[in-house]
Design a protein around this ligand. Sequence first.
Ligand code: SAH
Ligand code: SF4
Length: 363
Amino acid sequence: MCTNINLNILPTKINLLDLDEKKMQLFISSIGAKSFTTEQIMKWIYNYNCHDFNKMFNISKKIRNKLNQISYINMKNFSEERISSDGTIKWITSLNNQKIETVYIPEKKRSTLCISSQIGCPLKCKFCATGKEGFNRNLKVSEIISQILQAKIRLKQKKITNIVFMGMGEPLLNLNNIITSLNIILHKNGFGLSKRRITLSTSGIIPALDKLSQKIDINLAISLHAPNNYIRNSIMPINKKYNIQSLLSSVSKYLKHSNANHNGVTIEYVMLHNINDSIKHAEELSYILRNIPSKINLIPWNVFKYSNFKCSSSDTINVFANVLRNHGFNTTIRKNRGKDINAACGQLVGNVISRNKKPFIIL
Ligand code: SAH
Ligand code: SF4
């Protein structure tokens, strides 16, 4: 965490989109400006989409000059837009030679922005196109925040009511930047979203989940996808490090401190033909979740190139859902949006120059 900003050793200008309110406050006091300048700058950026210090007329000229010398507001623009027949929009951001993807999903009662946290993903889940693509690096806070700022600009009057970390990458492998980004999303002078409207989906990086639980309360979605370790090991390599039992116990701990998840955690379960979709599997899933307040979201598997999986039939998915419902679980079947533009779950590949890094954890 940035606790001390020494201007003498700054290698380059500071991008203010990398700073949450606390970090900006440190920066502001280090340049000798009054503390209310932080609120003024955040309002200019996040309320008025103004990224030019010279136009921030309520800040003194002296401070504006200083800001221009040592900092900037550098938003990454979307470079491509694809619109689905169902209204879903996919935007692409180019980062040097690579690409990340952001998806906007309008519905009757809410409009969700699905954002990416990494360029690719190192966890290599077998059923996921992002995992197949390999991994390059974590996104910076400014690259995460730019996705939201850009979407807001493109959507003009249309509101983003919900934000989900379900795009490319495993957010808990980029924990520090995700926490700073969440602080900006939640702050009243940032995007001002309520914690109930933010969801982080994770395949279950336990130390990071435990740390998140001490820092921030938001909705959790857990990519479980299997009712036992045998199946989970075979489709999600991360399970060999953090197995189902330890993951569920970490989730229980998170729930104890959480208001945002008052209706329980969301359990994501991708429906894979002949792999995890039998009645026996549904019974097994009900059993392992018996003590976890949860709602189960069944995700019809989305096809991508060079994959050997098949999606379960809709009959199988309905039977599976009914077994869970009979056990008292609130169970929904996810509508896959934006399939015609490859914007649905697990279809986001971007363009990743894979460095085949082993999974790592920044804590
Ligand atoms: N890395 C995080 C978030 C990104 S993936 C995670 O794994 O939770 C968002 C969701 O889409 C996850 O539940 C993921 O398992 C699921 N998913 C991945 N590939 C998919 C595919 N081909 N079809 C359907 N869902 C998929
Ligand atoms: Fe990574 Fe999530 Fe895809 Fe697994 S499902 S490879 S964790 S993005």
